[in-house]
Ligand binder design. Structure first.
Ligand code: GLU
Length: 631
C-alpha cells in the first residue's frame, strides 16, 4: 500500500526556487518551485542531466551538483550522501553497495564493489543459538541475528564514494557532500513513512542508547512526530570531518576506534527470544584493511541490447543475465501478442519470465558467493549456450514444481534435455530495504548505484555522536555453516548480495539504466522491468510501475496483490499452475515489491527520461536539469 508523500527540507525549498528559475518544463519539475508544497514527481524528461531517487531531497542534491558543473559521479555521491540523512534506515556510510558507471568518453561500463566484509575473526557459528545441538545447529531468529553487533560488516560506502570520485569524478568529496550537510543541518520534515519505519523498529532501537536518543527522542521514546523537523547535526559533522580529512578518517583513527568499540561493546542477550543478538568481533585492522574493489561488469546480449550488471559478490548480474539468456531463446513479444489478443497472451509471456527466474535462482544458490573465497563460474552462468540448455526445463504450458534443481555448469551443450546438478537453492533470509539511484549528466555519463544498510534500520546500532546506523549485512550469509554452500560464513568474506544496478546499451550508447531495492526481489524487479520494456511493449514509466511478481525458486510466487488480481495473474494461476502469495502484510511497505529508479535515453542520446515509482514507498522523485535543449 502506498505511503503518503515524502519529506521536504528547507534546503529543498530553497533549491526548488533556484530550480524554478531554470524552468523545469515537465509537470514534474514545475512542482519544484512551490516551497513547502513541493512535490515529488515520478517522470521527468529533459536535457543536461537527469536523476531518479526515492527522495525529493536526494534528487535535488544531484541536480544542484549537476547545475554546478559536476558530473554524474559527483551527483550520485551527493544524492547517496543525502539519502544517508533522509533515508537513514535504508542507506548511509554505515553500509555498502554497488556502483555501476558508463563512461561516455570511453563507451565503457565499469563497476565498484563496495560490499561490506566480515571481520577477520568472524566465527562460523556467529548466528547459531548456543543452546541448539552441536550436530543440528539452529540459528537465532532472524530479527535477533539482524539486531546485533555480530551482524555488522565493515562498511564499504565511504570507500565506494572515494573510489568513484577518484576514478571518474570531477569534484572533491567535500564539495559533493555539501548538499547533504545542508539537509542534515536544516532538517527535513518528518512524514508518515519515516515515523512508521521508526516505530516498526522501536524494539530493535531501544536497546541502543545512541539510536534511542537520535531516533526516538519523544516522551516515552516516541518516534518523531509527522510534520516535525528532523535535524541530524551528528551526521553533518561526520560528513564535514570526512570532507576535510578524506575517508581515511573513517577507516583509521578516532572514528574507526569508535565504530569498533560500538560494535564490540554492543549490548547483547543470550536468550534466543530477547534482543539484541551477540556483540561483534570487528577490529580496527578490519576497518584499515577494507577496500572497495574495481570489478569488470557482467555482460549478456539480450535481443538488440547489451546488458551490463554487477559481478559477484553480488548475484545480481549473473542471475539477471542468466535469466535473460534463458528468455532470449523465446520470442516473448510474439508470445504476448500471439493470435487472438488478450490477457492469456500476456500470461503466456509472463509464464516464461517466472520460470526463467526460478531456474536462474537455482543456479545462484548453488554457485554464487564471494569470488575471493569460492570459485564462481561467472562466465559459464552467463554463457548463452548454458542459458539455452537451461531453457529446456521450461514447460510452455505448466509451472514446474519448485524448487527446481540447479543446472550443471560442468557439462552443458545447449541441447535438451539438460542435466541437473545436485544442490537446490538455500532458503532466502534477505530483507527488503535498501535504496537505489540513477543519474546521468550532460556529457552522457551514467551512474546506476544501489546502496544499503540491509534491514530497514540496519543493525539498529548508531555510532554515538556520529549520526549514522551500522549495517546488518552479515545476515546475508547463510546462517548455518555448510561447506558446500558458496555463501557460507568465512572471515574477511563478502556476503552474497542481490543488488542489481544495471546499465543497458544499444550500439554502445546508453539505452536504459535501472535498479531497485528489495533483497532478492531486486533481481526479479530488474528482470521484470526489462521484459516489460523490451518485450512487452511498455514505455519505461509503465514498465516500472506495472504490478510485480517474484519467483525465486520457491513453491509460491511472491506477488503484489494487483498482479494476482490482474487477468494475467489469474491466468497464470488457473491455466499454468503458478501459486501466488501476496507480498508482505497489507498496509506495510513490504506489501510492495521494490522501489525502482531508471533513466531511459532518446535514440540520439540527448534527451533523458528519468522515472521513479509513482506510488511504491510513497513515490520517488525524478528530475532533469533542463526541460529543453536551449534553456
Ligand atoms: N542485503 C540485500 C542485498 O544485498 C539488500 C537489502 C535489501 O534490498 O533489502 O541483496
Amino acid at each position: 500500500m502506498p505511503y503518503p508523500g515524502r519529506r521536504l527540507t528547507a534546503v529543498t525549498a530553497a533549491l526548488a526556487m533556484s530550480v524554478t528559475t531554470c524552468a523545469f518544463a515537465n509537470p514534474a519539475s514545475a512542482d519544484m518551485g512551490q516551497g513547502p508544497d513541493a512535490k515529488k514527481t515520478p517522470v521527468a524528461t529533459g536535457y543536461g542531466g537527469a536523476v531518479s531517487t526515492v527522495d525529493l531531497d536526494a534528487s535535488a542534491a544531484a541536480i544542484e551538483i549537476l547545475r554546478k558543473g559536476g558530473n554524474a559521479v559527483d551527483a550520485a555521491v551527493a544524492a547517496a550522501a543525502t539519502l544517508g540523512v533522509t533515508e537513514p534506515y535504508s542507506a548511509g556510510i554505515g553500509g555498502g553497495g554497488y556502483f555501476v558507471y558508463y563512461d561516455a568518453g570511453k563507451e565503457k561500463v565499469s563497476t565498484i564493489d563496495g560490499r561490506e566484509t566480515a571481520p577477520a575473526a568472524m566465527p562460523r557459528n556467529a548466528f547459531i543459538d548456543p543452546a541448539s545441538p552441536a550436530d543440528k545447529p539452529v540459528a537465532y531468529p532472524f530479527i535477533k541475528q539482524a539486531t546485533s553487533g555480530m551482524s555488522v560488516g565493515v562498511p564499504g560506502t565511504p570507500a565506494t564514494w572515494e573510489r568513484a570520485l577518484e576514478r571518474w569524478g570531477s569534484m572533491k568529496l567535500a564539495e559533493a557532500l555539501e548538499p547533504a550537510i545542508d539537509v542534515a543541518e536544516d532538517g527535513f520534515v518528518v512524514d508518515e513513512t519515516f515515523r512508521q519505519q521508526t516505530l516498526e523498529n522501536k524494539d530493535r532501537f531501544l536497546p541502543f542508547e545512541a539510536t534511542r536518543k537520535l531516533f526516538l527522542p519523544g516522551p516515552d521514546n516516541d518516534a518523531p512526530a509527522v510534520g516535525s523537523l528532523f535535524t541530524n547535526e551528528d551526521i553533518a559533522d561526520t560528513y564535514e570531518h570526512l570532507g576535510k580529512h578524506g575517508v581515511d578518517a573513517f577507516y583509521e583513527g578516532k572514528l574507526a576506534e569508535e565504530i569498533v568499540s560500538t560494535v564490540r561493546n554492543a549490548p547483547s542477550s543470550t536468550d534466543p527470544k530477547t534482543l539484541p543478538g551477540p556483540a561483534g568481533v570487528m577490529t580496527t585492522e578490519d576497518l584499515d584493511d577494507y577496500e572497495a574493489l574495481d570489478q569488470d561488469p557482467t555482460h549478456v546480449e539480450y535481443r538488440d541490447y547489451d546488458v551490463y550488471g554487477m559481478a559477484p559478490s553480488s548475484s545480481g548480474g549473473t542471475t539477471v543475465g542468466e535469466a535473460l539468456n534463458i528468455l532470449d531463446v523465446f520470442n516473448l513479444a510474439d508470445l504476448a501478442e500471439g493470435e487472438g489478443k488478450g490477457s492469456d497472451n500476456t500470461a503466456r509471456a509472463l509464464h516464461y519470465y517466472l520460470e526463467a527466474s526460478a531456474l536462474a535462482f537455482a543456479d545462484r544458490g548453488k554457485y554464487v558467493g564471494d569470488p575471493a573465497f569460492v570459485k564462481v563460474p561467472t562466465k559459464k552462468l552467463l554463457d548463452p549456450v548454458f542459458g539455452k540448455e537451461r531453457s529446456c526445463a521450461i514447460d510452455p504450458h505448466r509451472a514446474a514444481t519448485k524448487p527446481v534443481a540447479a543446472g550443471d555448469v560442468g557439462q552443458y551443450d545447449g541441447v535438451c534435455p539438460a542435466r541437473p546438478a545436485a544442490l537446490a537453492d538455500a532458503p532466502d533470509t534477505e530483507n527488503i530495504n535498501t535504496t537505489n539511484l540513477t543519474v546521468s549528466d550532460k556529457w552522457g555519463n551514467v551512474v546506476e548505484y544501489t546502496l544499503t544498510i540491509e534491514q530497514t534500520g540496519g543493525s539498529g546500532i548508531t555510532v554515538p555522536g556520529r549520526g549514522f546506523i551500522l549495517n546488518n549485512e552479515l545476515t546475508d550469509f547463510s546462517p548455518v555453516y555448510n561447506k558446500d554452500d558458496p555463501n557460507r560464513i568465512e572471515p574477511g568474506k563478502r556476503p552474497r548480495s542481490s543488488m542489481s544496478p544495471t546499465i543497458v546499451l544499444k550500439d554502445d550508447e546508453p539505452f536504459l539504466a535501472l535498479g531497485s531495492p528489495g533483497g532478492s526481489t531486486i533481481i526479479t524487479t530488474v528482470l521484470q522491468t526489462l521484459i516489460n520494456r523490451i518485450d512487452l511493449g511498455m514505455n519505461i514509466q509503465d514498465a516500472l510501475a506495472a504490478p510485480r511478481a517474484s519467483q525465486r525458486n520457491t513453491a509460491n510466487v511472491t506477488a503484489e496483490q494487483a498482479f494476482i488480481d490482474a487477468p494475467y495473474g489469474k491466468d497464470l494461476a488457473t491455466r499454468y499452475g503458478h501459486k501466488f502469495t501476496p507480498a508482505g502484510d497489507p498496509g506495510k511497505s513490504a506489501a510492495e515489491i521494490g522501489a525502482a529508479t531508471a533513466i531511459e535515453f532518446s535514440d540520439d542520446g540527448k534527451a533523458a527520461t528519468a522515472v521513479a515509482e509513482p506510488t511504491r514507498r510513497g513515490g520517488g522523485s525524478a528530475m532533469v536539469v533542463k526541460p529543453s535543449p536551449q534553456k
